[in-house]
Design a protein around this ligand. Structure first.
Ligand SMILES: C[S@@+](CC[C@H](N)C(=O)[O-])C[C@H]1O[C@@H](n2cnc3c(N)ncnc32)[C@H](O)[C@@H]1O
Length: 230
């Protein structure tokens, strides 16, 4: 893991999410499928599969997963690997990379590296697809913008970027009101993702051929798929 010494823990992560991702007990508490499913109100598998569906049933290219995810997201990604496929997973927290090694039974085609999403250690256009699952709402706007720019940079021309995250629910949905105190208390950057479109954080002149957005659970969640210009 050559990038090991280079990534330092960002301040927002240390200050806001230490209890979820950095504390030694965090992994012990949160690495439970039922709990991550409960946090997403029973939608974990649906959202996981919606993201992975974009990569195809048999992945034969090189896929980048930006940031670790509790639960079986990466395991399901690995299950889709065809003979020519490979996966890179990056995360800025050593404890999360260690946890990935512990929970995945087969790491042969998974390259887990300590990296910051705002300064990826991959050359331009190295990945056929890049997936970012529930990371953007945990980052301040300037960091989020850099993460998206980096994801776009390392994705090949013609490749896909898949974002799954929170979204502002429809006005008839109770979640539009019930989730506000939860998110404003625990996730201070999340409302920004409710109130703005993911495309608004794309770099100016981004080489986007197509952008498709789909919402789920009365609009509380969204999937945005960007196809990069060939
Ligand atoms: C993908 S997000 C949230 C995923 C989801 N809420 C879950 O249940 O796991 C959480 C991960 O993002 C990582 N992370 C946060 N900021 C990062 C950054 N700048 N670069 C790389 N990883 C980052 C954290 O260390 C954590 O492992």
């Amino acid at each position: 893991m050559p990038a090991l010494a280079q990534a330092s823990i960002p301040q927002y992560l240390e200050n806001t999410y230490w209890w979820a991702y950095l504390h030694p007990r965090a992994v012990h508490i949160f690495e439970r499928q039922w709990l991550v499913n409960l946090i997403l109100w029973g939608n974990f598998a649906k959202l996981r599969d919606a993201a992975l569906h974009e990569l195809g049933d048999s992945i034969n290219g090189r896929v980048l997963q930006v940031a670790c995810v509790y639960g079986d997201f990466t395991e399901h990604l690995v299950r889709r690997l065809g003979k020519q496929g490979s996966i890179d997973v990056i995360d800025v927290a050593p404890i999360q990379i260690k946890n990935l090694h512990t929970k995945l039974s087969d790491m042969r085609r998974v390259n887990a590296q300590l990296q910051d999403s705002t300064a990826l250690q991959f050359a331009d256009g190295t990945h056929d697809a890049t997936v970012v699952f529930f990371l953007l709402h945990e980052q301040p706007a300037d960091v989020r913008r850099k993460t998206i720019a980096e994801a776009l940079r390392v994705t090949k021309p013609g490749g896909k970027l898949v974002f799954v995250d929170y979204h502002k629910p429809k006005s008839y949905s109770p979640w539009r009101y019930l989730m506000v105190p939860v998110l404003t208390t625990l996730e201070p950057f999340a409302m920004d993702v409710w109130n703005n479109e993911i495309e608004s954080w794309l770099p100016e002149g981004a080489p986007v051929a197509k952008l498709e957005k789909q919402t789920y659970f009365a609009g509380l969640y969204q999937k945005v798929v960007i196809t990069k210009k060939a």
